[in-house]
Design a protein around this ligand. Structure first.
Ligand code: ADP
Ligand code: ZN
Length: 562
């Protein structure tokens, strides 16, 4: 470790992973980005005969790794769809002769690490038969699957080729698998184990000899300060707010602003530079930006010539900048696969160097209600949306605890991963918005009656075969649009599309007296607390299934100052 990698001591759970690896076990290792996952297989690769196969989704990441390894004198190669024919032949030749050689004969020239893209496994028969030869010759030491969450559709970055990696265990049942990830909530973990056909996770203490060993380093990073800020309703005002925020808090720091769509990234970049009179230099990064320009931007950003990258989530894997001091989220919903682990991952690109950094989420409930129909076409999408809405709506619970609860939902597997010490599992972090906001800045309002009214109105609509969107429900409950709704083409009155007038007094004891913002906030709150449920059709996103509230009072919490 010292001689080749110039690393003096193990960090986080590196030592345990290396040992389990040397022991030939199946392993899942979850470590935050920058934690040092590479060493957990590169070191064992040097210490065991044969070749370690590494599957990684990103060519730029692989190129980086190979450069580093070669500089350190390690024989490492990479095979992608773009590898030129002669080089491909040469590498395959070397692997073939390794496969058939006596144990240590070729040690000097042995390829210790072979990096490939997942499609090599999924699509190349030649490569698979080469692997078979290596396995038969006892020369495939282990299979490493980097960014393993890409195998699960429940994760935030599903890649179809990853799903096909199941054939590895099928064809080579005795080669140990090491799955690596920076974010892996329990349901994703279970999914990955199933897809990759790895053995069930066993408790470290009572591990039978062949279960998968699960490692996780603390996910909680105390240098990240999480804040959810109310998002102004006008785009222009939001730009001013963000620009002021940057000038006041991070005048000379590098940062990222994540935006929902390519055009948002472009307009945010342009507007921020403009309203700050050029004091904030911005750049744009999204899937349609041409490769050369992406590289240029990356470089300018690294050198500090561009201060803020306005990007879609395409800007992610492969960012190797340590001193990102802030990550702002322009909206709570960024992509169709959105979930709280996505937010954790994106915001986690701040402060890799361990110094303080800010993660700010600009939130309005209306963002969710507007986008829900795009985002949620199925139940899984709804669950993910609710996870992040619950996080955004919460103005009391510590952000660290909210993340911890989310990552350990329905299992205690990764609860411990948030703390190094079981006993402080539920301590508040003391430095997020909800830990530091003065009580005087918060106002609580009992809205039990309003919630009941909303349910009664919805009941009346439903009883008449009507369907409403969240925005529609909000308007109707406040008595807008003449207080009437249209019956749909389904339900009792299949054929008769008619307008029905709500009799507020008899149905709900009057109209609901809340502002538009409060109303939508309350409806979202009722959704995430499951007082309301959404229903879907192919064309519409509606709220029309409800459950009656229990006796618990509902409170609406909002900032009155920030
Ligand atoms: P990850 O893949 O988890 O994001 P890397 O494996 O790329 O992280 O490691 C991040 C950086 O930390 C690298 O520069 C690596 O050399 C360094 N590193 C890894 N382990 C250690 C350690 N035990 N001590 C010091 N530096 C380390
Ligand atoms: Zn906190």
């Amino acid at each position: 470790m010292k001689k080749v990698f110039n690393i003096a001591d193990f960090r986080l759970c590196q030592k345990g992973v290396c040992n389990a690896n040397m022991d030939g076990r199946d392993i899942v290792c979850v470590m935050p980005t920058g934690g040092g996952k590479s060493l957990t297989y590169q070191l064992p690769a040097l210490l065991t005969p044969g070749c370690t196969l590494v599957i990684s989704p990103l060519i730029s990441l692989m190129t980086d790794q190979i450069l580093h390894l070669r500089e350190s004198g390690v024989e490492a190669v990479m095979l992608t769809g773009g590898t030129p024919r002669p080089l491909l032949n040469e590498i395959q030749q070397r692997l073939t002769s390794m496969a058939s050689s006596q144990v240590h004969r070729h040690q000097g020239r042995d390829i210790k690490l072979c990096y490939v893209t997942p499609e090599k496994i999924a699509k190349s028969k030649t490569f698979m038969s080469l692997l078979r030869k290596l396995v038969e010759g006892g020369k495939l030491a282990r299979i490493v699957i980097d960014e393993a969450h890409c195998a699960s559709q429940m994760g935030h970055d599903f890649r179809p080729d990853y799903r096909k990696l199941s054939i590895l265990r099928q064809f080579f049942p005795h080669v140990p698998i090491l799955a690596l990830s920076a974010t892996c909530p329990p349901r994703v973990l279970q999914d990955i184990l199933k897809i990759l056909k790895m053995k069930p996770v066993v408790d470290g203490k009572a591990a039978p000899p062949d279960g998968t060993v699960y490692f996780s380093a603390p996910l909680y990073r105390k240098n990240l300060h999480y804040t959810v800020l109310p998002k102004p309703s006008s785009a222009k005002e939001l730009i001013m707010t963000m620009s002021d925020y940057i000038l006041q808090n991070h005048r000379n720091d590098s940062g990222i602003i994540y935006c929902l769509a390519k055009k948002d990234a472009e307009s945010v970049a342009e507007s921020i530079q403009m309203v700050s009179n050029g004091r904030i230099k911005t750049g744009v990064y999204h899937a349609n930006v041409e490769d050369g320009q992406k590289e240029r931007l990356h470089m300018q950003w690294r050198e500090g010539k561009v201060q803020v990258v306005c990007a879609t989530i395409a800007f992610g894997l492969g960012i190797d900048k340590g001193d990102v001091r802030f990550v702002l989220h322009h909206t709570v919903l960024l992509a169709t696969q959105k979930s709280l682990d996505g937010y954790y991952q994106e915001s986690g690109r701040a402060g890799r160097d361990g110094q303080d950094a800010d993660c700010v989420l600009y939130y309005r409930p209306q963002d969710a209600t507007r986008q829900a129909s795009i985002t949620c076409s199925d139940q899984d999408g709804v669950m993910k949306l609710h996870d992040i809405l619950r996080f955004a709506q919460d103005m009391q619970e510590c952000r660290k605890i909210l993340f911890a609860k989310y990552f350990s939902a329905s299992s205690d597997l990764s609860m411990a991963s948030w703390t190094t010490n079981e006993s402080d599992a539920m301590d508040r972090c003391g430095h997020c918005d909800n830990c530091t906001r003065p009580p005087a800045n918060v106002e609580h309002k009992d809205v039990t009656v309003e919630a009941w009214q909303i349910l009664k109105i919805l009941e009346a609509v439903e009883g008449n075969g009507g369907r409403l969107t969240i925005a529609g429900l909000s308007d109707l409950a406040r008595g807008l649009g003449g207080g009437s709704f249209e019956t749909g083409g389904n339900g009792k009155r299949r054929n008769a599309k008619e307008k029905i007038q709500i009799d507020y007094d008899s149905v709900a004891g009057g109209k609901v007296r809340l502002s538009k913002d409060d109303m939508e906030s309350l409806i979202v709150q009722m959704l995430v607390l499951r007082y309301l449920e959404e229903a879907f059709s192919s064309t519409a996103y509606t709220v029309n299934v409800y459950v009656a509230p229990g006796n618990q009072a509902l409170r609406l919490t909002r900032f009155i100052r920030e």
